[in-house]
Design a protein around this ligand. Structure first.
Ligand code: SAM
Ligand code: DTB
Ligand code: SF4
Length: 406
């Protein structure tokens, strides 16, 4: 590296370590919006179109039909996005965006055949497999995330399931306790878990478990053959019954048909006994060597339509722009926020691919007046070093209002 380049690099690295800039924090409304629980459509909804009922809803409902969701999904995009933004404002603070930071605690060598994944041992993706990270390194990474304004830390392992991983689970329990000890929300994504494992994670203080359905039931066999859709749903049930928040979503760009498969994915999640607390929308990151490499890139309109439909159908759920955000210009991300997205992964890395760096996101938040969401399980706003206070006083709102639970 030339001397001039080296000193520029050193200056950039030094900036990363020392010049941490902080976000201001805003509080979100309680989960469930104005009325808590899985309420049926309000009585005045009789005679309204399904779209109008969704726009006027005062609480979530889980008796959707696929046809109803399809009607919403088919609306002219301008109308759909505006309606989703309207519902978003009723159920969430529009300027609050949840920040979550990912860490890959066990990379590669996975037995599964998920046809998009860099970490499957079935594909030649130039990835070196690692053992489970040690607890200290995970806590150090969580501290960096917290110092950069993240209030949720998600640890991912390239595993099919947790069978025979007693020692691994013990270490993960310590990681969860450490992250929670920092006042952050802890999330893990470890593949399938049974009821007992879910209970152990709950006892450790786990906030949320990420397990994606990835796509519709119909398209799923074209993507993964080594575990079934119903096995995935069983894990979601185990997590829910253990009292852990459910984070489950999908990947767009797997060769699916948006009109049927995005609707199908949302339908399955929106008709669970309780909606997932968060719904990540991943845009396929094409990984050379995987069967999905070479798929047509996801169209912006399909992404916005999917987010807006999910917002109308699961109004109190936190919708996360997940993988592939690094490929989206700021203007595209903002369209997603305006159509109901209210969370991101932030930091230098996703699992094996790049994420938008800390500074890039802070600049975007400042330009657009966004602030990190403060949720029930985390209290980082209470710390004085996050200097700028909530924007609530600017709106004349009560800053001690109850928090959302993502
Ligand atoms: N092994 C665990 C599992 O599959 O549940 C946890 C890790 S797995 C990598 C977490 C999720 O990341 C997947 O379910 C998928 O939705 C998403 N993902 C993985 N590779 C991706 C890619 N190339 N593009 C977009 N999303 C991806
Ligand atoms: C989710 O829905 N997306 C994240 C997180 N949950 C675990 C993972 C995205 C992975 C992107 C590809 C990679 O970095 O390997
Ligand atoms: Fe393994 Fe998870 Fe990747 Fe599938 S998505 S290959 S289960 S790491």
């Amino acid at each position: 590296m030339e001397l001039a380049n080296m000193s520029r690099f050193a200056a950039r690295s030094a900036r990363k370590v020392h010049a941490v800039r902080y976000y201001s924090i805003v509080h979100d409304v309680p989960r469930g919006g104005p009325s808590l629980g899985q309420a049926p459509p309000p009585p005045q909804a009789q005679g309204q179109s399904v779209f109008d009922q969704a726009v006027n809803a005062l609480g979530p409902r889980n008796n959707w039909t696929k046809e109803e969701i399809s009607q919403i999904h088919q609306k002219p995009l301008m109308e759909l996005a505006f309606a989703a933004g309207t519902v978003h404002r009723r159920f969430h603070k529009p300027s609050a965006v949840q920040l979550c930071t990912l860490m890959n605690i066990k990379t590669g060598g996975c037995t599964e055949d998920c046809s998009y994944c860099a970490q499957s041992s079935r594909y030649k993706t130039n990835l070196t497999a690692t053992k489970l990270s040690n607890v200290e390194s995970v806590i150090e990474a969580a501290k960096v995330a917290k110092a950069n304004g993240s209030n949720r830390f998600c640890m991912g392992a390239a595993w099919r399931d947790m069978r025979g991983r007693k020692r691994g689970l013990k270490n993960i329990v310590e990681m969860i306790k450490g992250v929670r000890g920092l006042g952050m929300e802890a999330c893990v994504t470890l593949g399938m878990v049974d009821k007992e494992q879910a209970m152990e994670l709950k006892e450790a203080g786990l906030t949320a478990y990420n397990h994606n359905l990835d796509t519709s039931r119909e398209h799923y066999p074209n993507v993964i053959t080594t575990r079934s859709y119903d096995e995935r749903l069983q894990t979601l049930q185990n997590v829910r019954e253990a009292g852990i928040h459910v984070c489950s979503g999908g990947i767009l760009g797997l060769g699916e048909t948006p009109q049927t498969d995005h609707v199908g994915l949302i339908y399955t999640l929106a008709t669970l006994p309780e909606h997932p607390e968060s719904f990540p929308v991943n845009k396929l990151v094409p990984i050379k060597g995987t069967p999905m490499f070479g798929q047509d890139p996801v169209k912006l309109e399909d992404m916005v339509r999917c987010i807006a439909t999910a917002r109308l159908v699961m109004p109190s759920t936190i919708i996360r722009i997940a993988a592939g955000r690094v490929t989206m210009p700021e203007s595209e991300q903002m369209l997603c926020f305006m159509a109901g997205a209210n969370a991101i992964f932030t930091g230098e890395k996703m699992l094996t691919t790049d994420c938008n760096g800390w500074d890039q996101d802070k600049d975007m938040f400042n330009r657009w007046g966004l602030s990190p969401m403060q949720t029930e399980a985390s209290r980082i706003a209470a710390e004085p070093k996050f200097e700028a206070q909530s924007f609530a006083h600017m709106r004349g709102e009560d800053e001690s209002a109850p928090q959302s639970q993502a």
